[in-house]
Design a protein around this ligand. Sequence first.
Ligand SMILES: C[S@@+](CC[C@H](N)C(=O)[O-])C[C@H]1O[C@@H](n2cnc3c(N)ncnc32)[C@H](O)[C@@H]1O
Length: 261
Amino acid sequence: MSFVAYEELIKEGDTAILSLGHGAMVAVRVQRGAQTQTRHGVLRHSVDLIGRPFGSKILYSTDIALLTMMLELRPGSVVCESGTGSGSVSHALIRTIAPTGHLHSVEFHQQRAEKAREEFQEHRVGRWVTVRNQDVCRSGFGVSHVADAVFLDIPSPWEAVGHAWDALKVEGGRFCSFSPCIEQVQRTCQALAARGFSELSTLEVLPRVYNVRTVSLPAPDLGAGPGPEAGPDASPFRSGTPMKEAVGHTGYLTFATKTPG
Ligand SMILES: C[S@@+](CC[C@H](N)C(=O)[O-])C[C@H]1O[C@@H](n2cnc3c(N)ncnc32)[C@H](O)[C@@H]1O
């Protein structure tokens, strides 16, 4: 990596700055197969960093866990997603829907689509995923009425809501869109309601971490002489207090249901 030239995508050997919250930044040397532990969870360089644009926000496993549950995914589910990006969410989706389901993943950036295809083969999950290199807002997912669920992680999800409806099974299915800004959420909800989706809800995952420790407090001196619990023998106890710093906002997850009608 040259520190005077600009590059769009993170690659092996680069130095990436991880912004972990207010005042918490870490420089890491990006290496295929390496992992970096953060207080928000582990970052796998091959999946979470390499191939992603500098400035990306990482979708944490807590968000992925929520969307997997709320999309009601299980082995055998057929899912449509866009964009593929680094393939991080795709890997999680594939692990859930294998061995009988399928993922249709759409990415309009040619190099990213090719890289994702290569990595799916390398990680031996290629049989469960079809990557299409096209604009989901203009051309949709390349399939109609096959999906149990649709997941959008693109800047203008409202432009793909109609295609999401068409990709979902005639008998219905679930929709989710990930957006960092509330204005994107508002536009997406308007498009969802206009297209006939129901059960709209937007969730934000903010895990609360507790600091658990054993404490031993001195008995209070109330001036009435030693009480039954006073003195150095007061037994220690476990205390849990919320950490002062909360985990930062990654984005809003907007869910909706297509119901046959
Ligand atoms: C935030 S990233 C997706 C991250 C992905 N969920 C992951 O796990 O890495 C957004 C991706 O969507 C792609 N994208 C944006 N607009 C698109 C569109 N209209 N059609 C297809 N892909 C699009 C971008 O090229 C980019 O790779």
